[in-house]
Design a protein around this ligand. Structure first.
Ligand SMILES: O=C(O)[C@H]1O[C@H](OP(=O)(O)OP(=O)(O)OC[C@H]2O[C@@H](n3ccc(=O)[nH]c3=O)[C@H](O)[C@@H]2O)[C@H](O)[C@@H](O)[C@@H]1O
Length: 435
């Protein structure tokens, strides 16, 4: 029997006798402790990398199998590099070469496709996580593939991968749309917001600042940064220091981080505050999308109202208008001024509201859907939960209008008509009801 077998399991209660075995016992127990703590440490590191949510367009619940590629990256090789190069090749005079992060996401897909159509070189990156149905992301990927856009499967926290992409292609621009989206999910999985919207953004900026030439970066902030601001319409000059959700706080942090990288490294940075973007190929976690699904299924839908039966309203903005805003921002983005990681002069730093300028109550959104679907909704009106939602958003867009002629042209009714048409054709009438 080994002397260690006498050691009680409760630490602290054991007083070691000063026997000849004492020093050996202590040495053995130190080795055992060291082994125990090292194993724990290794296990914690493993858990962190394995369980921490991946970045890109959205983040998954902890069971997400798509995170596994973090441990085993599936990129590289001559054929892969050729696809990267071909996808990013510029096909028009004065065209750009754009790296689009979150390319299999809602906005990412539309922007990538618009850039490709006008002759820019486009390379996507997305981690295809399962925050929402990844088959929708795969369908978007197939759509882009047909128009010649290759989406690299990878995470924006993978610095080696990003560096490799910049080694292969001297991107002139980065359209950074990969993020953990959704206001309410932040209470369920706060770490995913930090991982994607903060750590992921920093890892991207680190690679961009070292790139030669440095790209100009346009990235997705959010209307949610206005938080508890009550002055309407929201103007870029209004205060944004009262975020109502962790999601909003991480987007606000992104704006401050952008300032830092602009200041130190001369990166040209443009943040876009999107206002509740909707349309075909949209995000299933958003109200207009799951209301459609649930109305068709005959399920009741929760409709939030503000205090004292106040109206909850959003400045819903149609995807095509957002795409125009993204392209306008890219077209007016000035070059970054740094090289070799060093700033050579002041660089452009901008933030734009991209909204529709006409807020619509959520109850009206439901009425429009009822008419388009020809089904009466089962309305379950309830108090706005304390989950990060704000009662009202309304964009002042005069800055974007002045800088690149931004002018939204699609109202909620017209946009929803296009969405419903897409929804029914994508899921098929029967499947749409069954889902
Ligand atoms: O503008 C933005 O920056 C944000 O827009 C949306 O956030 P949100 O406006 O909350 O969009 P939805 O989740 O689709 O909600 C739309 C409206 O429906 C309401 N709602 C939502 C869910 C629900 O069950 N019931 C309900 O009445 C919300 O209060 C809100 O007024 C996106 O989900 C965010 O990712 C984005 O950053």
């Amino acid at each position: 029997m080994s002397h260690l077998d006498h050691t009680p399991s409760t630490p602290g209660k054991f007083k070691i006798d000063k026997s000849p075995y004492y020093s050996r016992t202590r040495w053995h127990s130190s080795v055992a402790k060291l082994t125990l703590w090292s194993s724990l440490f290794v296990a914690l590191i493993f858990l962190f990398f394995y369980r921490s949510p991946s970045s890109s367009s959205n983040n998954p619940p902890s069971s997400d199998p798509s995170r596994r590629y973090l441990a085993s990256a599936n990129w590289g090789g001559a054929a892969w590099e050729k696809r990267v190069r071909t996808s990013a090749r510029i096909r028009s005079r004065n065209g750009f070469s754009v790296l689009v992060t979150g390319a299999a996401g809602f906005v990412g897909t539309h922007v990538s496709s618009a850039l490709k159509r006008r002759g820019d070189g486009v390379l996507g990156i997305d981690n295809f996580n399962d925050y929402y149905d990844p088959t929708l992301k795969r369908a978007r990927q197939a759509l882009l593939e047909r128009s010649g856009v290759f989406i690299v499967e990878g995470d924006i926290n993978d610095v080696a991968l990003l560096k490799k992409l910049f080694d292969i292609v001297p991107f002139t621009h980065v359209m950074h749309l990969a993020a953990q989206a959704g206001v309410r999910y932040a209470m369920q999985n706060p770490g995913s917001y930090v991982h994607s919207n903060i750590a992921g953004f920093v890892s991207l900026l680190e690679v961009c600042k070292d790139a030669n030439p440095q790209p100009a970066i346009v990235w997705a902030s959010s209307s949610s940064v206005y938080g508890l601001n009550t002055k309407v319409p929201f103007s870029e000059k209004d205060r944004t220091d009262q975020p109502a959700s962790l999601y909003a706080a991480t987007k606000k942090a992104g704006e401050e981080i952008a300032h830092t990288y602009n200041h130190i490294y001369g990166l040209s940075l443009t943040g876009l505050r999107f206002f509740t973007v909707f349309g075909p190929w949209g995000r299933p976690d958003m109200a207009y999308f799951f209301f459609t699904k649930d109305i068709l299924k005959g399920k009741s839908i929760p409709i939030f109202e503000a205090a004292n039966h106040g109206t909850v309203a959003r400045d819903f903005t149609y995807i095509d208008d957002i795409v125009k805003g993204c392209l306008g921002s890219l077209d007016t983005a000035e070059k970054s001024t740094g090289s070799g990681g060093k700033k050579k002069g002041p660089a452009q730093l901008r933030v734009f509201n991209l909204g529709n300028t006409s807020p619509v109550p959520v109850t009206d959104l439901v009425s429009i859907l009822e008419r388009l679907l020809k089904v009466k909704a089962k309305r379950n009106v309830m108090k706005l939960p304390r989950n990060g939602d704000v009662p009202y958003t309304h964009a002042n867009i005069s800055y974007a209008q002045k800088e690149f002629g931004y002018k939204p042209t699609t109202d909620l009714q017209t946009g929803l008509k296009k969405f419903v048409r897409w929804y029914l054709s994508y899921y098929g009438d029967k499947k749409a009801v069954a889902r």
